[in-house]
Design a protein around this ligand. Structure first.
Ligand SMILES: Nc1ncnc2c1ncn2[C@@H]1O[C@H](COP(=O)(O)OP(=O)(O)OP(=O)(O)O)[C@@H](O)[C@H]1O
Length: 229
């Protein structure tokens, strides 16, 4: 059941309580790093959540690596990691190490392989000295790096991040963004932080539930700034 890599939105429309959140969105996202930008309420998070079946289109369909999300949501969720704005929404275990180990269990690894992966993830997140600390005592930036580490531990081929830097100070915003931009996986990032997406391969601008610009950052970001002026 393998198919075209990446994410495909085919005529995706989503209406809730008579209001249209997405209106006929057609996109084929195959680039390594894609940003979704747009005004508050333009539909970015709704579109991102459709990728893992957290939202269901009223019409149209979403395919991930050629697999229909509606028909095979569990399979798609194994392929797609999702990073929320608030890491507290996805840190599930009491300590840093336990949280990473929890995600590693999906992989069918031996105990030794899991331990090696946990150590690598701790180092990558700069949390080596915090392995046995309670997660709730971490700073916001540390929590987001832990959440990212745990999501990656599950081995996704695509990462969707919904405003992952919104709650962070400038230093942590840059740190988390640099981690995301350096990933080998395809990354789709929803953000209002335009300075962080200057290096992405493609920027999709949403406005009032529709795609109004789809281009490289040097074209799409100024387009959006004019739209907001
Ligand atoms: N669970 C929900 N129930 C009802 N309406 C919702 C729900 N989630 C979002 N909406 C509405 O759908 C529209 C699109 O919202 P969405 O969160 O996708 O926008 P967004 O572009 O991500 O906005 P923001 O930048 O503020 O996060 C908005 O009108 C919003 O109020």
């Amino acid at each position: 059941m393998s198919g075209a890599p990446g994410i495909r939105f085919e005529g995706v429309t989503l209406a809730r309580q008579g209001r249209v959140a997405l209106d006929g969105v057609d996109l084929q996202l195959t680039e390594h790093r894609v940003a979704l930008i747009g005004a508050n309420g333009s539909g970015k998070s709704t579109l991102a959540r459709c990728v893992i079946g957290l939202e269901r289109p009223t019409a149209g369909r979403v395919l991930v690596n050629g697999v229909d999300v509606r028909r095979h949501a569990r399979r798609v969720r194994r392929d797609v990691g999702f990073l929320f704005s608030d890491p507290d929404h996805q840190i599930v275990m009491p300590t840093v190490r336990e949280d990473l180990e929890f995600s590693a269990r999906r992989r069918g690894w031996s105990a030794a392989q899991r331990e090696e992966a946990v150590q690598t993830a701790l180092a990558r997140a700069g949390l080596e000295g915090h392995a046995d600390h309670p997660c709730h005592l971490l700073s916001g930036g540390q929590k987001q790096l832990l959440a990212l580490g745990a999501v990656l531990m599950a081995g996704p081929s695509i990462l969707v991040a919904d405003e992952p830097t919104t709650l962070l100070d400038l230093r942590n915003r840059r740190r988390v963004s640099a981690e995301l931009m350096a990933l080998e996986q395809q990354v789709v990032i929803v953000t209002h932080h335009l300075d962080l997406i200057e290096e992405v391969d493609r920027v999709v601008v949403l406005d009032e539930a529709r795609v109004v610009c789809d281009d490289v950052p040097s074209v799409a970001i100024p387009f959006y700034e004019r739209l907001m002026a």
